[in-house]
Design a protein. Structure first.
Length: 265
């Protein structure tokens, strides 16, 4: 794939996916990411988040960006939630795409929101809105199908069954897989929030481009293991739950590290 073709696909795919949005991780997953993040905030960042959100926790604020989709005035936020990419990109091609990405997608908006929240003169209502959206978008791009393919709308066109019920690959990773554990978000967080200190330090140094690269690699593997019409159940949980859990954990750690860097001064 040449550079011009990559750029055209990048732009086309962003427009193509707008009518078919999903809620990455569902409410449960986003709340897990939010609660994990709270446990890794610096003292300074924790105070700044409290000044912005008040008594609302990051876990409870994490789904605002999906809830607000019901308001027509916020329709412009629709394609902030994902960054769909062509199948089969090499890491060099993906790196090229991200470095030159200027379209409206999760990557460019995470960078935008992070920059805006560093502005100490930003109006309070903007701080609240931008922080809630940022919490959500960081969760979004750790759901692998939110970095999925243009051609199937991030897995939405891959029709499957989940324990006999109709679903699709995107929804399996949004909600079916983690909701199969039948845990509250606090129980879920407590069950996965364990990490070696050296691995933690490594994750805290990673930035949004690396998060997307990792999610894209995972999504490529997921695509290779299913086809439309497959019937998924316990075996799929066994094979994939640990990946989902690690993405939730990494999402929270990455979110906290990002907020620590934003609110460092």
């Amino acid at each position: 794939m040449n550079i011009l073709s990559l750029k055209k696909l990048f732009l086309f795919g962003t427009l193509l996916y707008i009518p078919c949005q999903s809620m990455a991780w569902g409410m449960l997953g986003h709340r897990v990411v939010g609660q994990v993040a709270e446990s890794y905030l610096s003292k300074k960042a924790k105070g700044e988040v409290k000044n912005i959100l008040g008594t609302e926790s990051m876990a409870m604020a994490s789904n605002w960006a999906d809830f607000i989709k019901s308001e027509p005035a916020y329709n412009y936020l629709g394609n902030w939630h994902y960054i769909n990419l062509p199948a089969g990109l090499t890491m060099d091609q993906l790196d090229y795409a991200l470095k030159r990405d200027t379209v409206t997608d999760a990557y460019t908006k995470i960078l935008f929101l992070s920059s805006e929240l560093k502005n100490k003169s930003l109006a309070q209502d903007k701080k609240v809105m931008y922080l809630k959206i940022l919490i959500h978008l960081v969760g979004d791009i750790h759901q692998p199908m939110h970095t999925g393919h243009f051609e199937d709308l991030g897995g939405n066109k891959i029709q499957l069954t989940w324990f006999g019920q109709n679903t699709n690959l995107h929804r399996v990773w949004d909600s079916d897989l983690i909701e199969s554990q039948d845990l509250s978000y606090t129980e879920y967080t407590n069950s996965i929030n364990f990490i070696d200190k050296y691995k933690l330090q490594s994750l805290q140094l990673e930035g949004p481009a690396q998060w997307i690269t990792d999610s894209y690699k995972i999504s490529e593997g997921l695509y290779s293991k299913v086809k439309s019409g497959d019937k998924l159940s316990y075996r799929y949980i066994y094979d994939n739950l640990e990946t989902a859990n690690q993405q939730l954990l990494k999402g929270g750690i990455h979110l906290a590290a990002l907020l620590n860097s934003i609110f460092i001064n």
